[in-house]
Design a protein around this ligand. Structure first.
Ligand code: SF4
Length: 483
């Protein structure tokens, strides 16, 4: 079958819908209605946000349009507080693993687009994947997100083989314990196969929710050109039993305020359709320059650092119980700032070239093989140390998905703000492993201090003994202890 015609039957079904759940005009009406809102209006929304509930679009629009410095500061403080109430001060670490840069699509902004001759195409073999994973594990990684283009070279059966391969690699220091997936939208029968091989979060980013911009960025004669096929991908994932899903936007394609509203409408759609289960994570990458991709050098709607901070805080306030991912696309300074505004997950030690973990010690070394450039190219150890110095606790926890706390179960513990009772002890156990197995002397010193502080906070609680005993067990060589 012609690859580009693969989903024609499904496309036709979506084409029959009168409308989808993103109403561009309505979003703009909502945003325009509350330009420069009064302080009382902002504070009324913040009062509601304190309850740790999802906001309505009209409320989020008020926060997005707020330009008053003093209430923006209040927004930042509350965003930080809410993240701590839900997840504690742990920051979860992961690293992406690019499996292939072959892609049949031709998205204007992407270094992997089919017409880009500056990229030398490569799909990793199973042996090469094993080498990459070994390197990642030896550096301390426990969680990864596998990234694929949309190509006949990386069909669903190949994807499943690669996921099994990633989980099969064991070294003296352990293994990858959670493999999330970032790929093109799939059909339900394909998604069921991903479920069978045990993926963690299934991520598909809409890139832009604005219909016209989506059409301009993604040629109609490509699979990605079909807006609704992408928009309803998480509905199909839920039908296939994949109930931890990750949404995202590529900021810089269209107005950032519109895109935040799009993410919120997507969340509402999922919650209303699937028994309160919204996105497990939201990602908010900004466009960064990619080889052979002039569009990426000067994006029309480039988001400034101050607007970026605002959008991160507004997302945390609007969807307080969802994981927020800030990737290494962002420079160190910006990452430090947004960690204080509600971010709960980051990648570190990241290399995004296909085969790059084996080939280079740091990022940005393979310009002809990378989808974009990395802003924070520090090693995992450097970033772990920095997070320790910020009164946060680095975490490599994978407990929830492995204990079956996904979808509705996860939302229950996250929405009730109970989940940090798992997150912090698990962060303590996984940081302890990291310090023993991988850390530099400098990182170990500050990390042990962080462990002590976080363990002490449980003194007098029943879990204190478990934490204490597990730390001794880890010191004695046991691994992968979790609540
Ligand atoms: S306990 Fe669950 S939510 Fe918390 S860090 Fe671990 S896996 Fe994530």
């Amino acid at each position: 079958m012609n690859f580009l015609k693969k989903y024609q039957k499904e496309f036709a079904e979506y084409d029959k819908l009168d409308h989808d759940f993103i109403d561009d005009d309505k979003i703009w009406r909502q945003l325009n209605k509350c330009e420069n809102p009064a302080r009382e209006d902002v504070r009324r929304v913040l009062k509601k946000a304190e309850q740790c509930v999802r906001l309505e679009p009209e409320e989020t629009a008020i926060l997005l349009q707020n330009r008053d410095e003093s209430t923006i500061q209040e927004m930042y403080e509350l965003a930080h507080q809410l993240k701590k109430e839900v997840y504690g001060d742990r920051i979860v670490f992961f690293a992406p693993l690019y499996i292939s840069d072959e892609c049949a699509n031709n998205c204007q902004y992407c270094g992997f687009r089919s017409s880009n001759t500056a990229v030398r195409r490569k799909t990793l073999s199973l042996d090469e994947i094993e080498q990459e994973v070994r390197t990642m594990i030896e550096e301390g990684q426990k969680r990864t997100v596998l990234v694929y283009g949309e190509s006949p070279a990386t069909g669903i059966d190949f994807m499943c083989e690669t996921i099994k391969k990633v989980y099969s690699v064991k070294t003296r220091h352990g293994e990858i314990r959670r493999a999330n997936i970032n790929c093109a939208p799939l059909a339900v029968d394909e998604l069921k196969k991903l479920k069978e091989v045990g993926i963690g979060t299934f991520q598909v980013f809409q890139e832009t929710y604005h219909h016209q911009t989506y059409r301009e960025m993604h040629p109609a004669n490509t699979i990605k050109g079909h807006y609704r096929w992408r928009l309803y991908c998480m509905d199909r994932a839920q039908q296939a039993g994949l109930d931890d899903n990750g949404l995202g936007v590529l900021f810089g394609l269209y107005d950032w305020r519109f895109e935040v509203m799009g993410l919120l409408y997507h969340t509402i759609h999922l919650e209303e359709t699937f028994n309160g289960v919204g996105p497990h994570t939201i990602s908010f990458p900004r466009i960064t320059p990619a080889a052979g991709t002039p569009f990426s050098e000067h994006p029309r709607y480039a988001v400034s650092d101050s607007d970026f901070k605002k959008l991160v805080a507004v997302l945390r306030l609007s969807v307080p119980y969802t994981g927020m991912i800030c990737t290494a696309r962002e420079p160190e300074k910006v990452r430090r700032e947004v960690i204080q505004l509600g971010v709960s997950q980051i990648d570190a030690g990241t290399r995004i070239g296909v085969g790059a973990y084996t080939k280079s010690k740091i990022a940005n070394q393979l310009p002809g093989k990378e989808q974009f450039s990395i802003g924070d190219s520090r090693t995992l150890d450097d970033v772990v140390r920095e997070i320790c110095g910020m009164h946060c606790i680095p975490s490599f926890c994978t407990a929830c998905y492995r204990a079956g706390r996904t979808g509705e179960q996860f939302m229950k513990v996250a929405k009730s703000r109970f989940v940090h009772n798992y997150c912090i002890p698990n962060a303590i156990f996984t940081l302890k492993e990291y310090l023993l197995d991988y850390a530099s002397d400098e990182t170990r010193l500050i990390g042990e201090e962080v462990l002590k502080q976080h363990t002490e906070q449980f003194k007098g609680e029943p879990v204190y003994n478990t934490i204490f005993k597990n730390l001794r067990r880890i010191e004695n060589g046991e691994r992968d202890l979790r609540l």
